[in-house]
Design a protein around this ligand. Structure first.
Ligand code: UDX
Length: 446
């Protein structure tokens, strides 16, 4: 099929390349010329395992193109909307200006051929009610353009796998069954290969499909904040939250995943999605329904200050002049994404308290240097830990979880380590002579 993707950021670029991989002819449209040039050369603008190979292969085959010229999307049968919906400045609500602009572009440039409608397939995370509004605009355009909401659940670090082998596919369809069936058939044709794999495909209406995405992210955020609340209790009592999580996780009604306590969640999705969800609930007059998400957010943010306090406490409350090596800046490993990164937030707070902070990250270093010239960023762990009074693992990159405590010991000035992700073995670090501190991880002989 001939397809287009509007917006070539994380979601859009990966989606575009994956659709080309399925054999479709794809054109990715973006307003950022530099990004389009880079993608057109087969170079990834972000760090994502497996993506550069996929991108190059499909650009070289000619099935995948990128452009800033909207005239090039004219013949596409499906236009995927993959633009960002960031948090509005100073407000909780999502900024939908990019979605609105993408829809305008499609309505202006798309040229339906008559036999069946052209689709706008929304993938961006949007407040409930958005798809209906877009469908009204499409109907008013006088062109045969239909709208389906088809949320994307990809995780950074697993983006290619999550797009080509998702857990489920959701179609949000209009209530008109005849029209809805035609839309379903078109999208089924696009995803034929995925459907052959028996990936569950759920058909529903617009509001449900929009809610599915924010509900999923709210649930994940709640799970993380739940375990971080338990970490606070463990800190108050000498308990070990990692054992607690393991024990409750054996109950498969609870499950082991997303119960890793630590410095909390960040990134371009979870924090802004729960805030936009609360804002939307307020607009709908059901704000009380989601007040618990305020607490989820608060617990999450408290972890950041709590970790700074933990660090300060190791020096009698004063960080001035202490050299702190921060290992990790990205919001999670296998990513160079610094958006709302707890690691970077903590590093910034330490610096503001007078600590001499040195940061290293295997992928986010260059981006960090550009975004934050005020911070001191080095390339290697060796450089970062040299003469450090404190080492902090804040993003669980494999390089950091595999560090050898004995080898690191002679490089530092004070053998103190804060394991912000509870990924190190406390006994091993103790035995090697380190003063180890996890998050909610009282040290027990067991
Ligand atoms: C998330 C959703 O998982 C994905 O389905 C959605 O499409 C986009 O948002 P992503 O932002 O890539 O994906 O990150 P995710 O893997 O969910 O992690 C989010 C944050 O939570 C990270 O900062 C991570 O370190 C933190 N986290 C995750 C924890 O603190 N503890 C956990 O147990 C799991």
């Amino acid at each position: 099929m001939r397809l287009s993707t509007i917006g070539c950021g994380y979601l859009g670029a990966v989606h575009a390349a994956c659709m080309a991989e399925l054999g479709h002819e794809m054109v990715g449209l973006d307003v950022d010329q530099a990004k389009v040039d880079k993608l057109s050369r087969g170079e990834s603008p972000f760090h994502e395992p497996g993506f550069p190979e996929l991108l190059r292969r499909n650009v070289e085959s000619g099935r995948l193109r990128f452009t800033t010229d909207p005239a090039e999307i004219t013949d596409a049968e499906i236009h995927f909307i993959g633009v960002g919906t960031p948090q509005m400045k100073g407000r909780y609500a999502a900024d939908l200006s990019q979605v609105d602009a993408a829809v305008s572009t499609v309505l202006e440039h798309s040229r339906p051929r008559g036999e069946r409608p052209v689709l706008i397939a929304g993938k961006s995370t949007v407040p409930v009610g958005t798809a209906e509004g877009i469908a009204e605009r499409a109907a008013a355009s006088g062109k045969d353009i239909a709208v389906v909401w088809n949320p994307e659940f990809l995780r950074e670090g697993f983006a290619v796998k999550d797009t080509l082998h998702p857990d489920r596919i959701v179609y949000g369809l209009p209530e008109d069954r005849v029209r809805g069936t035609v839309i379903r058939e078109i999208l089924d044709e696009c995803y034929a290969q995925l459907l052959e794999e028996q990936i569950p495909r759920l058909l529903t209406n617009y509001p449900t499909s929009e809610l599915v995405k924010v509900a999923a992210n709210s649930f994940l955020a709640t799970k993380i904040s739940f375990i971080n609340a338990m970490a606070e209790l463990c800190e108050a009592t000498g308990g070990d939250v990692t054992k607690l999580a393991e024990a409750i996780g054996h109950d498969d009604r609870i499950g082991k995943k997303f119960l890793r306590a630590g410095i909390g969640f960040g990134g371009g999705c979870l924090p802004k999605d729960i805030r936009a969800f609360m804002a939307r609930a307020g607009e709908l007059g059901v704000d009380q329904t989601l007040t618990f998400l305020r607490e989820v957010d608060a617990i999450n943010l408290r972890r950041r200050e709590g970790t700074v306090e933990l660090a300060a406490g190791l020096f009698g409350g004063r960080l001035v002049g202490r050299k702190v090596a921060v290992l990790g800046a990205a919001f999670k490993p296998d990513s160079d994404d610094l958006r709302d990164s707890p690691a970077l937030d903590i590093a910034t707070r330490l610096w503001a308290r007078g600590a001499d902070v040195v940061i290293t990250d295997p992928a986010a270093g260059d981006g960090l240097r550009r975004a934050r010239p005020d911070l001191y960023v080095v390339d290697t762990v060796e450089q970062a830990v040299k003469n450090a009074d404190l080492v902090m693992v804040l993003t669980e990159w494999k390089q950091f979880t595999e560090l050898d405590p004995a080898e690191l010991l002679p490089r530092v000035r004070g053998p103190r380590i804060i394991d912000g992700r509870n990924v190190l073995d406390p006994h091993r670090w103790h035995e090697a002579g380190w003063d180890y501190h996890g998050i909610g991880r009282g040290v027990s002989t067991w």
